[in-house]
Design a protein around this ligand. Structure first.
Ligand SMILES: Cc1cc2nc3c(=O)[nH]c(=O)nc-3n(C[C@H](O)[C@H](O)[C@H](O)COP(=O)(O)O)c2cc1C
Length: 194
């Protein structure tokens, strides 16, 4: 059966490094037979600026954020995907704010049992991957982002597949002619489909 891949791109730049690599990875995945959806985090409709810690999701029996906006609808569709691929530039040693406020809404995708000992979630059939780009070397934030998202995947009992692109110049369009990055992106996209 056709694999469903959802990319969440945290860069606000149309011609930026992150979306360029996302498009390369997605095209290879499509070529390998997957259905692909690319969501730009900066274009998602948010009713609130981030999770408001209302705990509505933890009181509800549904795996859905109670805020009625586009971000809730997107996160509620995560369990229907075979893979969620987060993509982010490194911003000040971390994820971009645009993607972080969506990730925080994933609080709605688990329930802690009353005894506090177990976490239930609907992500059994969904894998997590990460595409991360940075201008600096890996130790200037890229490794931190990878560890961060690895911990998020680990919280759901999952591994994380990562495509890390350090030394991606800030000037948009610079990596378009980089055949080495193109090659690793196409390989990564193919591997996502398995
Ligand atoms: C606000 C801001 C903060 C950044 N912080 C870092 C950083 O901490 N470490 C780093 O290596 N690069 C940093 N960069 C560079 C970007 O991560 C890098 O150029 C990235 O590939 C840009 O992605 P984009 O073209 O998709 O927007 C920063 C860029 C911006 C705009």
């Amino acid at each position: 059966m056709e694999k469903k891949l959802m990319f969440i791109c945290g860069s606000p730049r149309e011609a930026g490094n992150t979306l360029t690599v996302v498009n390369w990875v997605a095209s290879a995945a499509k070529e390998a037979g997957a259905s692909v959806e690319i969501i730009r985090a900066d274009q998602i409709g948010f009713k609130e600026r981030g999770c408001i810690a209302c705990m509505g999701c933890q009181k509800s029996e549904h795996y859905r954020c109670v805020i009625k906006d586009e971000a809730s609808s997107i996160v509620a569709r995560f369990p229907e995907q075979d893979a969620i691929i987060f993509a982010s530039p490194v911003y000040f040693m971390g994820l971009s704010g645009q993607i972080k406020i969506l990730i925080d809404r994933m609080y709605s995708l688990f329930k802690i049992t009353q005894d506090g000992k177990q976490i239930n979630h609907p992500m059994q059939n969904t894998s997590f991957s990460l595409i991360v780009t940075s201008a600096g070397a890996a130790e200037h934030g890229l490794n931190l982002v990878t560890e961060h998202v690895k911990a998020i995947a680990g919280f759901f009992g999952k591994d994380l597949k990562t495509l890390a692109i350090p030394h991606a110049p800030i000037k948009p369009g610079t990596i378009v002619s980089n055949s080495k990055i193109l090659e690793s992106a196409l390989k990564f996209g193919k591997e996502l489909v398995g």
